[in-house]
Design a protein around this ligand. Structure first.
Ligand code: HEM
Length: 513
């Protein structure tokens, strides 16, 4: 016989939420032994009412995830680029929280799915929380935020069948050639990380650094796993999902529990402000990387995750990361995707968690906060007591801090819905460079994964994707065509019958021939 495991907590008498004792947690209050319930059963009323409110809305995307606390340590001096206090001296440590996710699946989805992984980090710096809300890929599907809600509709469930739809998913992706780079990465052997510990992270967008001399640099953030990249094949992932839907959660939780703390090194790519006008690619285009040959990785520091949350809902479910959580020395760029995210996350969190979301412990800054936002649902703390409400006032309250002003950013141009396709219609050279780097084995995995994911998508959509692949590289087109049991020639011919020919014509038709 095994011993009953010891509970680490001391005995806890059950009380109602007002602190009054619960006398009986087994039997409801009834009129007679076989009679009906009484409305004055206060504990039953409270228990059922609270139960009905236990679930909060899940995140619209990145709903399934795992999180842990950790420590970031500076290992290299980058103070010539940024005055952010987090980087102020080598050896400096900052507490942090990380949440890793899949994107398309709901809160109960399996971990080992082919999908992008979210890579969200919250650093509790002395000048406020800095959130780095990235992914495990350096680029994204879109260049314009107008398309983001459509992306989510396309990858999530069909409104009629309530099932995921390869047709919806690939119809959308193949009509947006700018998505091709990201699609290639998701369909590659990196599309299903073995665990959250075995993947890199990227800020993806271009952000800016401001240094003590008030100079601006453009910056991209990279986080390289020290556990090594490890991935799953479709077959391995299917087997795992059949046995364990929480494989990533289990891996991360157990590694930390056993003291095998996962680590990532942080690097930055730095572009002097003036270079943005000179580089041959659009430096604020989220579908493009900056070649490392042009802007090499500069090492900054390392973070390790070393503490599991004591309570998942409290810290992981209620965590709220927002690209707008920036600190002096780290700022925005003209990337229009980033610009939209600056508003959308905090807005989503006001709905998901409430206006006082930043008072939830995992989100609360570890430095003094004097925002002068008051009241609202769920407000705790002293609510700024009796301080005057208004600013300006004669009592030195709520003083602005002009010493943190950034250098002016030149903005020019006429307001118009500028078509980025006219600005830069090179969708294929970066994915082509990536394809050329792949071994034959990796190329074959790309072809097979693509064919597997396209599943029962309609034929004209498959043809359209083959054409896009062919435009990237003839071998890519041929490989995917073969894996789908089709031919490039038929795909090119099918152009004339493609219902979205008019949209596809925004590409250079020569690319398809
Ligand atoms: C989650 C919007 C692009 C990474 C979310 C959430 C929203 C959102 C509303 C849920 C927030 C919450 O309820 O807490 C958008 C929009 C985008 C965009 C409008 C483009 C215009 C991106 C990109 C990345 C990214 C490009 C990565 C580079 C994430 C991550 C999460 C997330 C990691 C989950 C954060 C967490 O763990 O709580 N996004 N997103 N998103 N997004 Fe985005």
């Amino acid at each position: 016989m095994t011993d009953t495991p010891k509970c680490p907590y001391s005995g806890t008498p059950l009380t109602m939420s007002n602190g009054a004792p619960v006398i009986d947690n087994q039997n409801s209050l009834t009129a007679g032994a076989r009679g009906p319930l009484l409305a004055q059963d206060l504990w039953l009323n409270e228990k059922l009412a609270d139960f009905a409110r236990e679930v909060i809305p899940e995140r619209r995307m990145h709903a399934k995830g795992s999180g842990a606390f950790g420590t970031f340590t500076v290992t290299h001096d980058i103070t010539k680029y940024t005055r952010a206090k987090i980087f102020s001296e080598v050896g400096k440590k900052t507490e942090m929280f990380a949440r890793f996710t899949t994107v398309a699946g709901e809160r109960g989805a399996a971990d080992a799915e082919r999908d992008i992984r979210g890579f969200a980090l919250k650093f509790y710096t002395e000048e406020g929380n800095w959130d780095m809300v990235g992914n495990n890929t350096p680029v994204f599907f879109l260049r314009d935020p107008r398309k983001f809600p459509d992306l989510n509709k396309a990858v999530k469930r069909d409104p009629k069948t309530n099932m995921r739809s390869a047709t919806n998913n690939w119809d959308f992706w193949t009509l947006l050639p700018e998505a091709f780079h990201q699609v290639t990465i998701v369909m590659s052997d990196r599309g299903i990380p073995k665990s959250y510990r075995h993947m890199h992270g990227f800020g993806s967008h271009t952000y800016s650094f401001i240094n003590a001399d008030n100079e601006r640099f453009w910056v991209k953030f990279h986080f390289r796993t020290q556990q090594g990249i490890k991935n799953l094949t479709n077959e391995e992932a299917e087997k795992i999902i059949g046995q364990d839907r929480e494989s990533h959660q289990k891996d991360l939780f157990e590694a930390i529990e056993h003291g095998d703390f996962p680590k990532w090194k942080m690097y930055v790519q730095i572009m002097p402000e003036a270079d943005a006008d000179k580089v041959p690619y659009h430096p604020f285009d989220l579908t493009k990387v900056w070649p490392k040959g042009d802007y090499p990785l500069i090492e900054v520091g390392e973070f390790e995750l070393n503490k599991n949350p004591e309570n998942f809902f409290l810290d992981v479910e209620q965590s709220a990361f927002a690209p707008s959580n920036l600190v002096p020395g780290i700022s925005v760029s003209p990337d229009r995707m980033l610009q939209a995210r600056l508003f959308n996350y905090a807005d989503a969190q006001r709905y998901r968690l409430g206006v006082n979301r930043n008072q939830i412990p995992v989100n609360a800054p570890r430095c003094p906060v004097y925002s002068n936002h008051r009241d609202g649902q769920g407000r705790v703390g002293d609510n700024y007591g009796g301080r005057p409400h208004y600013e300006p006032n004669s009592f030195n309250q709520w003083q602005e801090q002009p010493q943190y002003a950034e250098p002016p950013l030149k903005i020019s141009g006429d307001a118009k819905q500028w078509d980025f396709r006219e600005d830069d219609s090179d969708y294929f050279s970066q994915p082509r460079a990536l394809f050329n780097l792949m071994t034959d084995e990796q190329k074959q995995a790309l072809f097979d994964n693509t064919a597997g994911a396209m599943g029962d998508a309609l034929d004209f959509i498959k043809y359209r994707h083959i054409r896009n692949c062919h435009a990237c590289h003839p071998d890519y087109g041929m490989g995917v065509a073969k894996a789908l049991g089709m031919t490039v020639e038929d795909a090119i011919k099918a152009y004339d019958t493609d219902p979205a020919k008019h949209l596809a014509s925004c590409l250079n038709p020569k690319d398809f021939m």
